[in-house]
Structures are given as structure tokens and as C-alpha cells.
Design a protein around this ligand. Structure first.
Ligand SMILES: NC(=O)c1ccc[n+]([C@@H]2O[C@H](COP(=O)([O-])OP(=O)(O)OC[C@H]3O[C@@H](n4cnc5c(N)ncnc54)[C@H](OP(=O)(O)O)[C@@H]3O)[C@@H](O)[C@H]2O)c1
Length: 311
């Protein structure tokens, strides 16, 4: 447990601290706030809780303790949501609704995450005012939870990240950076799609938004993205520029050759002006971020004990 005694420190209940977002939130903000971490793995959390097996009321005293609850519980595997909608619905839609009801009883500030999958990808740029037209089950579940929280919760920050990338701090599923970096380091050839576009988000930009929302008690809905719109082929090509010794050959293709259970929207790029204006968070240029990440991943490979903060 990382509870501190500072009078000014807010109490943060972090649901899903083992997630990509949760692990970076803890890593970046653990000196500023008092955290209690919640999740399924007893070795890595303060409080063991499984959405499928446990009742939310088991966490009541933790909700009473918390000034802020950050909900990173989710199933973000869009194909698994498509083929197995019931458990995904419990995690991605029912649990956020239960959180909202618990919030009414105990009064915490809720920070919850939506997804770019609420949009169909046909009419970018998407702002907070854009209509939701999800084209897969994951997107529909995220959208339903968003609408419920927007109608029912007065103290909710709904952060909607676009596809994220960054260093893995644990056992999380791959993101576009970690996936391509590993392939390039292992000199494996890569086929990357050239028709799926996003202004991809470095996870540290999201943690800066979380910090701002906590410190200034900012509520409402925010589309969170980087500034540079790239397709996957362009993204991996940028990584390779900083790994000149990799012999991987990168080939581009369109996504029609990739058959997946869930349809993917083609271009969900965001208008992130509200993020900049109201949260005061400005992303770093994509190439500079990638250069930093490559260098810090190389440092770490040489010296596994050194884990540098991504800028
Ligand atoms: N990553 C992205 O690019 C992206 C893009 C758009 C939106 N988002 C949204 O951002 C939020 C965070 O995403 P993320 O990618 O950081 O998440 P993630 O790495 O996929 O982690 C999901 C978390 O949910 C936990 N979890 C899964 N099933 C559970 C259960 N039955 N009971 C308790 N915990 C359970 C996992 O715990 P275990 O470690 O035990 O498995 C893990 O901590 C999500 O709401 C996601 O929809 C993410």
C-alpha cells in the first residue's frame, strides 16, 4: 500500500493498477497522492477484486476513503468483446454503471475511460460533440457506459483516449510501440496497414490529463490524443529510423487482408482542442516521443534496473 500522510494529498483508489493506463498512472503520480490499488492479482495490488466474481459493495469502505476513483478495469480486446459479449458487457458497461451508483452514495470524483471506438471512423476529426456511431460491440459497450455516466454522474471526468502507445511497465498486452519495437529488435519482417489512421496518444499525455483532472477537480468529457495523424505503416517506419541496425523489412498493405472478428474504424483521429484549452495539456511531437522511447527502451535492455520516465 502506498498510503502517505501528507495533508494535501488526495486519496486515490486505482481500479486496474496492472493495466497499461493504471501502471503508468501509478508510476507517474505515486509521489503526489495516496494510492490504494485494486485488481485480480494478489501479488501486485493492495485489494484483490474480480469484477466477474466479487460484489462492488465489498469495496464500500475503500470508496468512502477515496477522494478520487480511477477506473481502468476493462476488456480492451475488441475481438474478444465481439465473440464473448456478455462478460465484456459486465466489465465495460455494467461495472461503470455500478460505480456511478456507488459514487452517489459515497461522493468520490470518478475518472473513467471511454474509447475512440465509439466513433465509426468515416468523418474525422472527432470532438466531444461528435455523434457516437460504434461499428463493433466494444464500441457500443463503451458508448452505453459514456451516455449513462454523462446523464447520471455530476462528478465524473470521462477521458476518451485514442489508441495509446508507450513502454510496458508490466505484463500488459502489446501496444503499437511495444509490438513493433520487439519485432524490429528481433529483425522480424513486418507487414503494417496503411489505411488505419489515428493521432496516436503517448500514455504520459493521458497521465498528465488525469493529474490535472484530480488537482483541479475538472469534470466533463475530453477527447485525448496526440497531434500527429499517422497510419500504422508510418508509425513503425518512424520507430525504425531510430533502430538503424534492425534488418526487418517493413511492407505496407491495406486492412482488407486482415480478417478480424470485430470491424475496425479506419480513421477516428480526434480534435483535441478541448484537452488543450481546458486541461492545459499539450502533446510532444510524435517523432521526438518515439526517439525518446526507443532510447529509453535500449537503455533498459542494456541495464534492466534502470527505468527512465518517458518525457
Ligand atoms: N489502450 C488503449 O489504446 C486504449 C484506447 C482507448 C481507450 N482505452 C480505454 O482506457 C482504459 C484503460 O485501458 P488499458 O489499455 O490501460 O487497459 P488494459 O491494459 O487492457 O488493462 C485492463 C485492466 O482490466 C483488468 N481486468 C480485466 N478483467 C477484470 C476483471 N474481471 N476483474 C478485475 N479486473 C479486470 C486487468 O487486470 P489483469 O491485469 O488482472 O488482467 C487490467 O488491469 C479502458 O477503459 C480502455 O477501454 C484504452
Amino acid at each position: 500500500m502506498n498510503e502517505q500522510t501528507s495533508m494535501n494529498s488526495k486519496n486515490i483508489l486505482l481500479l486496474g493498477s496492472t493495466s497499461f493506463t493504471g501502471s503508468h498512472t501509478l508510476y507517474s503520480l505515486q509521489d503526489q497522492y495516496s494510492f490504494r490499488t485494486v485488481g485480480r492479482n494478489a501479488d501486485s495490488v493492495d485489494i484483490v477484486f474480480d469484477v466477474y466474481n466479487d460484489s462492488i459493495s465489498a469495496l464500500r469502505s475503500d470508496f468512502e476513503w477515496a477522494d478520487v476513483v480511477i477506473n481502468c478495469f476493462s476488456n480492451g480486446d475488441v475481438d474478444s468483446c465481439e465473440v464473448n459479449p456478455l462478460p465484456s458487457s459486465q466489465l465495460n458497461m455494467e461495472f461503470p454503471k455500478q460505480l456511478c451508483n456507488m459514487q452517489k452514495e459515497t461522493g468520490f470524483h470518478l475518472i473513467h475511460f471511454s474509447s475512440n471506438a465509439v466513433y465509426d471512423g468515416d468523418n474525422p476529426l472527432y470532438s466531444e460533440a461528435s455523434e457516437h456511431h460504434p461499428i463493433n460491440t466494444y464500441g457500443r459497450l463503451k458508448s452505453d457506459a459514456d451516455i449513462f455516466l454523462k446523464n447520471e454522474s455530476e462528478r465524473c471526468t470521462l477521458l476518451r483516449p485514442i489508441t495509446m502507445f508507450g513502454q510496458l511497465l508490466g505484463d500488459q498486452r502489446h501496444n503499437p510501440f511495444s509490438f513493433f519495437f520487439d519485432k524490429l529488435m528481433n529483425n522480424q519482417d513486418i507487414v503494417a496497414v496503411n489505411d488505419v489512421y489515428v493521432n496516436m496518444l503517448h500514455v504520459d499525455v493521458l497521465t498528465s490529463c488525469i493529474e490535472k483532472a484530480i488537482d483541479d477537480s475538472i469534470y466533463g468529457e475530453f477527447n485525448i490524443s496526440g497531434d500527429n495523424i499517422v497510419n500504422r505503416f508510418e508509425f513503425v517506419s518512424k520507430i525504425k529510423r531510430y533502430l538503424p541496425n534492425s534488418t526487418s523489412v517493413i511492407t505496407e498493405t491495406d486492412s482488407s487482408g486482415f480478417v478480424t472478428a470485430a470491424r475496425r474504424p479506419l480513421n477516428t483521429s480526434f480534435d483535441n482542442q478541448k484537452m488543450k484549452n481546458e486541461l492545459g495539456v499539450f502533446p510532444t511531437d510524435l517523432s521526438l516521443t518515439i526517439e525518446f522511447l526507443v532510447n529509453s527502451a535500449l537503455d533498459q535492455a542494456q541495464n534492466p534496473d534502470s527505468l527512465k520516465r518517458a518525457a
